[in-house]
Ligand binder design. Structure first.
Ligand code: FA5
Length: 346
């Protein structure tokens, strides 16, 4: 083959390569095309072998043409690969950053419903002059039971099935009443406190939990009467549950009060026309909200307070019970499960 023809064919291959390259869009296809032209068995290499047959004086020109075509192909491949990288990057940017999308707002969260109930209860009793007192959740037997009149074998202990710690010397307090003892042992009357806090019992059903919250109230002064207890609790019920609700006392036994009572309030879920179907009060129109009573003189004596001079009342309410009654929550577990669909409603 004469030199001119060889050069013409070489240039033809260069153009053919350039045309074929235009439609390719993957590195693999490009490399394959490159191999078809420049590989050992490629079309350009086949023509190279023809060069050996040429007279020596023409080989230089033909050699230069080979280099031009080879460089042209290599340059076109690099250019095409760069182009593919840029296209891929642009597609990536397009996908991950859309500056026109609205931002995602993180919700700020809010105070848990039970904390709201506690804060509100503390505020209402605060209006009446009660201050907040606190005690530890791990208590000793004396404060939780003994000083409150639950002697070692007293059957009333059975109702507060207890989690013991440290071989029974310490326990998870079963009610907030030990804060009464702590306060009376550390303060002179007049005493006027509320003590909210977590308490523990071996209880577990839709209205009872092994850990729950109570708020205790204690007022010790000269000439405190049962009617004062009634006035305080009535004020609380009207402020927290509704102005038109009444309360009633049913005689009951707690070893640290005498007389003792369960406090009921009128059911706020009953309609006037038909209360028999009410699932909250079971048709009785009353719901229990607290235990209460006049502080037993024996307890005052235990705490070195003169029962001849001072009298007082105490009460204890369940905070979950209050929340359930006010918001119509039927399962106590809702408070602790952390399900945002429940919690964000309040
Ligand atoms: C007491 O705990 C007494 N310390 C209350 C008291 C204080 C009486 C001062 C007299 C003077 P009781 O066991 O009834 O009483 O509990 C009081 C309230 O706690 C109940 O009315 C109920 O609302 C709530 N409660 C009791 N057990 C549970 C439980 N396992 N889960 C949730 N709430 C409970």
């Amino acid at each position: 083959m004469p030199a001119e023809e060889l050069i013409g064919k070489l240039d033809g291959l260069g153009s053919e390569f350039a045309q074929a390259l235009v439609s390719l869009s993957s590195e693999q296809d490009i490399r394959e095309l490159q191999a078809q032209f420049l590989g050992k068995k490629g079309r350009v290499s086949a023509l190279m072998r023809e060069m050996g047959k040429l007279p020596p004086d023409t080989r230089r020109v033909v050699g230069a043409a080979f280099n031009r075509v080879k460089d042209g192909i290599a340059g076109a491949v690099d250019g095409k690969l760069d182009e593919l990288v840029k296209v891929a990057e642009a597609a990536d940017l397009e996908r991950t950053i859309d500056v026109s999308l609205p931002g995602r707002v993180r919700s700020a969260g809010h105070v848990h419903l039970l904390t709201q109930v506690r804060n509100e209860a503390v505020a209402i009793f605060g209006e009446l002059g009660f201050e907040v007192a606190e005690g530890p959740q791990i208590e000793n037997d004396f404060n939780n039971f003994e000083a409150l009149g639950f002697a070692k074998d007293h059957p009333a202990r059975d109702e507060q099935d207890t989690f013991f710690v440290d071989d029974g010397k310490l326990l998870l307090r079963t009610h907030t009443s030990p804060v009464q003892i702590r306060t009376m042992l550390s303060q002179e009357p007049p005493i006027k406190i509320v003590a909210p806090g977590a308490v523990y019992r071996r209880d577990d059903d839709p209205t009872h939990s092994p850990m729950f919250w109570q708020i205790e109230g204690l007022l010790i002064d000269e000439q405190v009467r049962f009617s004062d207890l009634k006035g305080v609790l009535l004020h609380f019920v009207k402020r927290y549950f509704g102005e038109d609700l009444d309360i009633r006392f049913r005689p009951s036994f707690f070893p640290f009060v005498e007389p003792g009572a369960e406090v009921d309030m009128q059911c706020s879920f009953c309609t006037d026309s038909d209360s028999s179907k009410c699932r909250v009060c079971k048709g009785t129109t009353w719901v229990e909200i607290a235990g209460a009573g006049m502080v037993d003189p024996v307890v005052l004596t235990h705490c070195k307070i003169d029962p001849e001079r001072y009298t007082g009342f105490a009460f204890g309410m369940g905070l979950e019970r209050m929340a359930m009654l006010r918001y119509g929550v039927s399962d106590i577990k809702n408070f602790y499960e952390g399900d945002m669909r429940f919690l964000t409603q309040f």
